[in-house]
Design a protein around this ligand. Structure first.
Ligand code: WTA
Length: 660
């Protein structure tokens, strides 16, 4: 994103104060900030009382930078906290999930009592397959109730789930399985997308060819049809889970017991296995879910429109809402499965009160037109949220006007896989919100914006977003790689957690997020590293060198643009270039997954480099963003080449640090 574009966002004068009516009934009242600031660690300790502990913790924070422990002498079971305790408290008949299938008309309602039985059966089945406390289990599943049941069953046993987004390729899945040595995989035969069945199991079979340690694969039948099968290794869910006892006696685990791993892109080709532990993470997601979404468990219907394959699904479809005993909508399909008004139909029919989604989806829905939301009664909605990337004010306003009847509060929530839960956000009923700004650190969170030397910037200035004190939901590290954890997050500014985002503090001191300042791209709210895509491209036999940039895109936030030089073989030279470009795009989709397919690949005789040989990504990004390259697949247009050459001259000494 260029400076000029960002400046246009910052209309600091436009703000929306909460209504007195909302403020009066809000879960968070203004004193919350002072209460937390007086003693953040003690405040978080009181938040931990939201959980049911087997052994109540006497310790709060133990901090040995960069390793934090929270509530370490407490013990608990995550799955008991999410499900069983609500049934014990007489809430068994309350609906946990209204699950809505991709196909219009297909749905399932699951109460807390039913969820408890399903989780017990799955936990018993996993035990029969050999899963024990501490084992890692990969989960590669579509958005079906069994995905949630699986996650809860795994943590119930003290095992560790590593959910891999089902849109990732076989290769991406196998590298994640190998990195954390998962010995079990839970998957489905396939998934539905806009009515069509797309297979999943073949990707698992392909992935497991290079994962000899995987002992068992549990497969949910979702789409039907033939699947490849390895006897002894593969087990149908309906054959093994359904016959299990509906009771399972849980064990308690220490608060710092590892609960899950979630892989996320860093600035190298190898994704990082971010891991979270139990007590601090659950405290953080429960408190943030309660105060930020203002949930009233008896009346609200929450819908987090995200996938469980990402951290948003973990924290705000599974753990936060279940800990808080709310009723949710969980949706399997795409926004236009069954028609462009599908979302609005779901909201109307289920009387959804709280909707949480990503700006990229809002922009897509906005593009389809107002007539779709207008044709449905959305008056049940009382709060809207966004996550995953900066939201442009135009989309914010559209969201509020067309979806929120011009009056619902909008919470623009900043956080990361690493942070576990939301850290910067307005609080509805308290904060006067500005379209495009995430506003304020959550109570008990110490955030700052610093310059290159780590000094706080003043109002009206930009810099790097850092967290200056530990918080309960923070990652406890990169699985198996403590040095990389220290180096990635804690060495740029000594003593501070460096998030990798640029941010600005406006004249009122409010925080605006400006996007990543490293080689991480944000494509439709999904993190991908430029290096990962480059790595995939140079793995193709025709490619000599590749440079990838995230260029701003009106719908997806950023889009992948790759500049590629070819190996000079006769065979490639004779190939039709647009066919080769297509082949390369598909190659990336195959290696990483369809979300990584470049929007555009430009074949160029050379890549612009600095004198020291570094690729000048910043320049390439400018070329990709500021020039309408249309359908051009080669940089043979002399004006473009000249411009690059010209800029190369100027840019030879440009500080390229931020982009390498
Ligand atoms: C970006 C998603 C601006 C940011 C929960 C961060 C945001 C990355 C916002 C984390 C927001 C997330 N405004 N940018 N409200 N929320 N981001 O790990 O660049 O998939 O570092 O976690 O998304 O992405 P992740």
């Amino acid at each position: 994103m260029t400076e000029a574009k960002l400046e246009a966002w910052h209309d600091e004068t436009r703000s929306f104060a909460p209504s007195a009516e909302f403020a009066k009934q809000a879960n968070a009242q203004p004193s919350i900030y002072d209460d937390a600031a007086a003693d953040p660690v003690a405040w978080w300790r009181t938040q931990a009382d939201r959980l049911t502990w087997t052994t109540t913790p006497t310790k709060s924070l133990e901090w040995d930078l960069p390793f934090a422990k929270w509530f370490s002498d407490g013990t608990l079971n995550a799955s008991y906290n999410a499900v069983d305790r609500h049934v014990e408290a007489g809430k068994g008949d309350k609906v946990a999930y209204h699950w809505i299938a991709d196909a219009v008309g297909e749905s399932r309602t699951i109460t807390y009592a039913q969820l408890q039985k399903l989780v017990a059966q799955a936990a018993n089945a996993l035990t029969e397959l050999g899963v024990k406390s501490g084992d890692r289990v990969a989960v590669y599943m579509p958005m079906i109730p069994e995905a949630v049941v699986t996650m809860l069953a795994i943590v119930r046993l003290g095992a560790v789930h590593s959910v891999v987004f089902a849109g990732f390729s076989a290769e991406a899945l196998s590298s994640r399985i190998l990195d954390s040595d998962c010995q079990y995989v839970v998957t489905a035969d396939g998934a539905y997308r806009r009515g069509a069945a797309s297979p999943l199991k073949p990707a698992v079979d392909e992935a497991l060819e290079s994962c000899p340690n995987v002992k068992a694969v549990l497969v949910v039948r979702r789409t039907g049809g033939d699947v490849g099968w390895k006897d002894g290794r593969d087990h149908w869910w309906h054959e093994i889970v359904d016959r299990q006892s509906e009771e399972h006696a849980y064990e308690s685990f220490p608060a710092e017991h590892t609960m899950f791993i979630m892989y996320t892109s860093g600035t190298t080709a190898k994704p990082k296995g971010i891991f979270h532990t139990t007590g601090g993470y659950l405290t953080h997601v429960a408190a943030t879910h309660d105060y930020i979404f203002d949930v009233k468990p008896d009346t609200d219907i929450c819908w987090t429109a995200a996938d469980i394959g990402w951290i948003t699904g973990h924290s705000y479809i599974v753990y936060g809402p279940l800990i808080n005993c709310v009723t949710q909508v969980m949706y399997e399909g795409l926004p236009d499965s069954g028609g462009k008004d599908r979302w609005w139909k779901i909201i109307e029919e289920n009387k959804v009160t709280i909707l949480y989604t990503a700006p990229t989806t809002i922009r897509t829905l906005m593009k389809w037109g107002e007539e779709f939301p207008k044709s449905h009664d959305l008056s049940s909605l009382r709060l809207l949220g966004t996550v995953g990337e900066p939201i442009n004010p135009e989309a914010w306003i559209w969201y509020r006007e067309n979806i929120g009847s011009g009056k619902t509060p909008i919470v623009d929530t900043w956080w990361q896989t690493e942070t576990g839960g939301i850290l910067i956000t307005p609080l509805p009923g308290i904060t006067a919100t500005k379209p495009g700004a995430a506003m304020t650190p959550f109570p008990g969170i110490s955030a700052d914006i610093v310059d290159n030397d780590g000094n706080s910037v003043g109002n009206g200035e930009g810099g790097y977003l850092v967290l200056t004190q530990p918080w309960p939901g923070m990652t406890r590290g990169i699985y198996g790689d403590p040095e990389r954890f220290m180096e990635t997050y804690w060495s740029r500014f000594p003593g501070m957690y460096f998030a990798g985002d640029g941010a600005k503090r406006d004249q009122d001191g409010d925080i605006w997020l400006l996007g990543r300042i490293d080689d991480v791209m944000n494509i439709s709210g999904h993190r991908l590293s430029t290096t990962e895509v480059e790595h995939a491209l140079v793995g193709h036999p025709a490619v000599a060198e590749a440079a990838v940039v995230g260029a701003s895109d009106p719908t997806t936030g950023q889009a992948i643009v790759a500049f590629v030089t070819l190996k000079l073989s006769a065979e490639d030279a004779s190939k039709d270039q647009s066919a080769l470009v297509e082949e390369l795009r598909n190659h990336v989709a195959k290696v990483i997954g369809p979300i990584a397919k470049p929007r555009q690949i430009i074949l160029t005789p050379e890549l612009p480099k600095t004198r020291s040989g570094k690729i000048m990504r910043r320049l390439l990004r400018d070329v990709a963003e500021d020039r309408d390259l249309g359908d051009v697949t080669t940089l043979t247009d002399p004006t473009v080449v000249n411009q690059i050459a010209e800029l190369m001259e100027i840019g030879a000494d440009v500080d390229d640090d931020l982009t390498r």
